[in-house]
Design a protein around this ligand. Structure first.
Ligand code: GUN
Length: 283
């Protein structure tokens, strides 16, 4: 079975749109998300457009601030400071990666944690690892939502995560642990990776290499979640980290690229923006 993140996110966005439509009467306005895009990276430009489009569908106000990649760290910090203090801004997202002369950690930490819709702020990360209420990072949240919607039992399952990034690998491992899965985190230096991935009931792949996971690395009946967004070097088409065609026949459930995890990430960003807005309004 192929899980369509596109269909699921469309349904969830329609539900959110109904909720957001009630906000002007209740709170006097709708949530406002500000996205900052530095530079012209085609991938980032396309993601930011997707975020604006989803905001429109849900009824969230979206402002996209575009800056050249020559912007200084100080100037970027200045923009964030202004947005932090603006009462009409509920969520701030700085699209990553940033140019090399800008310290990403400094930028992420400068965003007020209450407006950190990405869940990347050190305080939100700490809260996640301490099981305190927090804004969850969008991709891991979307992955867990897809698994639950597909009826996958996480408790007691062997989950293997390929990749250990702060954005996906580590937080998704933590969420799987919290759902009582037995979790193994693997990475580029893991020995006998194929043997480890072959033991997975649930395999989450976020390594960023086209078609890295081959058919012999996946057990018959496994659930396969592909977080990768790559260009296939042979065809130039978008492809995941998983060699989809042979593995689709073997897996019980698999997510496609595009149309799998990506739309769910954006959907969870909308949800996080609404949560930040409501937390402020209901204080
Ligand atoms: N770049 C790739 N994924 C993400 C994400 O989830 N949030 C931000 N801000 N940048 C990204």
């Amino acid at each position: 079975m192929i899980i369509s993140g596109k269909d699921l996110s469309a349904r969830l966005k329609a539900e959110m749109a109904v909720e957001v439509a009630s906000f002007p009467e209740k709170y006097g306005r709708v949530p406002h998300l500000v996205v900052i895009l530095v530079g012209e990276d085609p991938g980032s430009v396309s993601y930011v457009k997707g975020k604006a489009k989803a905001s429109e569908a849900v009824g969230i106000r979206n402002t996209t601030i575009r800056k050249p990649d020559t912007i200084s760290e100080e100037e970027l910090l200045g923009i964030i400071d202004e947005l932090n203090r603006d009462d009409e801004v509920d969520g701030i997202l700085v699209q990553l990666p940033l140019p090399r002369h800008i310290n990403e950690d400094r930028i992420i930490a400068a965003i007020r944690k209450e407006k950190d819709v990405d869940g990347f702020h050190p305080m939100n990360v700490a809260s996640l690892w301490m099981k305190q209420p927090c804004t969850l990072p969008c991709t891991p949240k979307g992955i867990i939502r897809m698994l639950c919607e597909a009826g996958v039992v996480l408790e007691g399952s062997n989950a293997v995560v390929v990749g250990r990034s702060n954005i996906v690998g580590l937080p998704v491992a933590k969420l799987l642990l919290d759902a009582n899965a037995t979790v193994t985190v693997t990475h580029s230096r893991t020995k006998n990776l194929g043997e480890v991935t072959h033991r997975a009931d649930i395999l989450v792949v976020a390594i960023g290499r086209p078609k890295f996971i081959k058919e012999d690395m996946v057990r018959e009946g496994a659930v396969v979640i592909d977080v990768g967004v790559n260009r296939d070097p042979e065809t130039g088409k978008l492809c995941g980290d998983v060699d989809f065609e042979p593995i689709e026949k073997k897996a019980s459930i698999i997510t496609p690229v595009p149309g799998g995890v990506g739309p769910m990430t954006i959907c969870c960003l909308m949800e996080n923006t609404i949560e930040c807005f409501l937390r402020k309004m209901e204080k």
